[in-house]
Write a protein of this length. Structure first.
Length: 166
């Protein structure tokens, strides 16, 4: 009789297991269909168009500001009638270094030295290094385009430096 009970219990367990497996298979099949259905729905949706932002395009097309080249201009104090001619050459390279000179009578330089430039978006900082261990002159400049610099001497905003690329 014990064998019959064991066999009966086994026969009861088998149908339950089959029902559970059948239920799991049905659930996973319907879940898979739902997932596949959503995936195909997502792929079928058209992409929304966006308006063009002309400022972003301009930023991409516009080349970054460059100070490399030969520059000529003048150094003067506001309210003063004395003007000093200036020439500056910035060489091609990562360190943006070059030379500067103040030009006097008969187109002869009366003072000169090295220049180091650091360029931001439309801003330039210039350091005019003088010879004979004199202190450097620092200028903060605006570079609205790649051909004109408008500068003020740091510590004395009345001293102006204007340069044009030649």
């Amino acid at each position: 009789m014990d064998k019959n009970i064991k066999n009966q219990s086994l026969s009861v367990v088998r149908p339950v297991t089959s029902i559970i497996l059948a239920t799991l298979m049905a659930v996973s099949f319907s879940s898979a269909m739902a997932i596949l259905g959503k995936t195909s729905q997502v792929l079928a949706n058209p992409l929304k168009s966006q308006q063009v932002n002309h400022l972003q395009i301009n930023e991409v097309i516009t080349s970054p500001s460059s100070i490399v080249g030969n520059w000529k201009g003048s150094l003067y104090s506001q309210g003063d009638d004395v003007v000093t001619s200036v020439e500056m050459v910035i060489k091609q390279g990562a360190n943006q270094q070059g030379t500067w000179k103040f030009i006097g009578e008969n187109n002869t330089p009366f003072e000169s030295g090295a220049v180091v430039a650091s360029v931001g978006a439309n801003n330039v900082n210039l350091e005019f290094k003088q010879t004979n261990k004199k202190p450097s002159w620092f200028f903060k400049c605006k570079l609205p385009n790649n051909t004109k610099l408008s500068c003020e001497k740091v510590g004395n905003t009345l001293t102006k430096l204007t340069l044009k690329k030649i």
